[in-house]
Design a binder for this molecule. Structure first.
Ligand code: ATP
Ligand code: MG
Length: 362
């Protein structure tokens, strides 16, 4: 029986990390604590500093100021090869002229582990990514998903305390990407290593993470669980970035709230300031009917168009105030029975618990 891989979980602490290139700040005062064994995703638009932050952890990027600790060890100035961090890049970076086994054992060679210990580690790593029996295959004879798993096995074979992944699935097609997302999640549960995972796919981040750190212009905007982030975004940037959100300008109306002159009830305290948006997710809206709670906000409008998308139909509604929203009906029998006609007047219901107002992003 192959021995299994048992990395020691370790927490990560980043304190006031700054990375400047000339006068440009790629990272601007980033502080975060990652718990031992946590799966943390870093989510943000292109150029927001995600790869720079991973580089700081991996040791490829030297911070201008700030510190990084792995557990109790200050690694701020430690060279990359001494950090014991497994890394998976977007393009796998496998050695094409080496076999699967040679690729996976490469870190053992680099660490000068005695050769008699390699086979047990290799078998455990292959088993972990379900590639048992593939050790002698050429890299060119593998599918994209299999190559991805080889890259994962290579990052895990030396039982790193921390694994960094930079958009590891972005080269794969949608179906394989979704399969690999689930496999990675299972692998994380099995392995228990701390994982920091960069993506700019919000759905991927919501699916996989214990927590998500949203970045913008080199800063952390919000760090929260997927549900908190999705349901309680801190501002209009996070709200528009996560989920199928629509942002509708609203105004203060005494202590309450008004959407195009219509009073709205929210179960949540309103944020400060005057630039406020109602953030409405498709799944929070429904057609008003006997099921609707008496306290729900009712929004009259007219059906603009219906877009068939396979598992559901997305229905675009122009509210009487002129703003556009959308909601979905499942494309099953009961969904089709409720499907409105184009141009039909409708009333939408939005529960006060789902009536989330965010301030405009700085
Ligand atoms: N060596 C460098 N010299 C100058 N500027 C750099 C350097 N490396 C990165 N930057 C800049 O720092 C910013 C953050 O880059 P980074 O690669 O971290 O972004 P990212 O969030 O990973 O983006 P993407 O999603 O496109 O991969 C970008 O504006 C980039 O141009
Ligand atoms: Mg990047």
């Amino acid at each position: 029986m192959p021995t299994s891989l048992h990395p020691q979980k370790v927490g990560v602490t980043i304190r006031n990390a700054v990375k400047r290139y000339g006068t440009f700040s790629a990272l601007d005062d980033v502080s975060i604590d990652v718990a031992p064994g946590e799966f943390l995703s870093i989510l943000g638009p292109s150029g927001s500093g995600k790869t720079t932050l991973l580089g700081l952890l991996g040791g490829f990027v030297q911070p201008t100021s700030g510190s990084i600790h792995l557990g109790d060890t200050d690694i701020t100035h430690m060279p990359p090869h001494k950090r014991d961090i497994g890394i998976v890049f977007q393009n796998y970076a496998l050695f094409p002229h080496m076999t699967v086994g040679e690729n996976i054992t490469f870190p053992l060679r680099a660490r000068r582990m005695p050769k008699d210990q390699w086979p047990a580690k290799l078998n455990a790593a292959l088993e972990m990514v379900e590639l048992t029996g593939y050790a002698d295959r050429a890299i060119s004879a593998l599918s994209g998903g299999q190559r991805q798993r080889v890259a994962l096995a290579r990052a895990m074979i030396f039982e790193p305390r921390l694994i960094l992944m930079d958009e590891p699935l972005s080269a794969l097609d949608k179906q394989l990407r979704e399969t690999m997302q689930l496999e990675l999640k299972q692998l994380h549960a099995k392995l228990g290593a701390t994982i920091i995972y960069v993506t700019h796919d919000q759905r991927e981040a919501l699916t996989m993470s214990d927590r998500i750190a949203v970045m913008k212009n080199g800063r952390l905007v919000q760090v929260d669980s997927p549900k908190e982030l999705h349901d309680r975004p801190c501002d209009s940037f996070v709200a528009s970035f996560i989920g199928e959100a629509m942002l509708l300008p609203v105004t203060r109306n005494g202590a309450g709230l008004s959407l195009d002159g219509q009073a709205l009830r929210s179960a949540h305290p309103l944020p400060a300031g005057n630039d406020l948006f109602l953030t409405v997710h498709s799944e929070k809206l429904a057609f008003a009917g006997p099921q609707t709670a008496p306290e729900a906000n009712l929004l009259p409008g007219r059906v603009e168009s219906c877009l068939y998308q396979g598992e559901s139909v997305r229905i675009f509604v122009t509210l009487d105030g002129g703003q556009s929203v959308s909601l979905r009906l499942p494309s099953n029998h009961s969904g089709w029975q409720m499907m409105p006609e184009q141009g039909q007047p409708v009333t939408l219901a939005l529960h006060p618990e789902d009536t989330i107002v965010v301030p405009k992003a700085a």
